[in-house]
Write a protein that binds this ligand. Structure first.
Ligand code: ZN
Length: 136
């Protein structure tokens, strides 16, 4: 099975596993025709399997104020994703809580369990802002 990203003519995006490169594209949950889209790459340069949990709408606005068609679409997407992650646990990715993601950590968020010195050296400090050491 090969994972592909798809986009339908209505703008929905999802992923599906095909038996081969030459298999027919699956129809979207809305019934529209689909085309394959290039897989996105994540920060680590690892090939992405398509919609991840981060892509899921997490606001009322993200699901167009509760439009039933959109909600159904994302529900199916989530269910498919969960099934996929059961089969391929490595797709679940890193679900550790993010401790810091702003400023210097914008490019490399600091996550729980990270080795602190490594995380800090990976952080990019755009402008040097020397911090005054607190002297007691
Ligand atoms: Zn669709």
């Amino acid at each position: 099975m090969i994972l592909y990203d798809f986009a339908c003519t209505e703008g929905h995006r999802f992923e599906a596993a095909l038996r081969s490169m030459n298999a027919e594209n699956p129809a979207c949950t809305c019934g529209a025709a689909t085309r394959r889209t290039p897989s996105r790459l994540n920060i680590g340069g690892r090939a992405s399997a398509g919609s991840s949990r981060d892509d899921m709408p997490n606001s009322w606005r993200g699901i167009r104020g509760g439009d039933p068609e959109t909600v159904r679409h994302w529900h199916r997407t989530m269910v498919n994703r969960e099934r996929l992650e059961e089969k391929y646990p490595e797709l679940a990715g890193d679900r550790r809580p993010v401790l810091a993601h702003e400023g210097a950590f914008a490019g490399a968020p600091l996550k729980a369990g990270d080795e602190l010195s490594a995380a800090v050296s990976a952080a990019t400090f755009s402008s040097p802002t020397p911090k005054k050491e607190a002297t007691a």
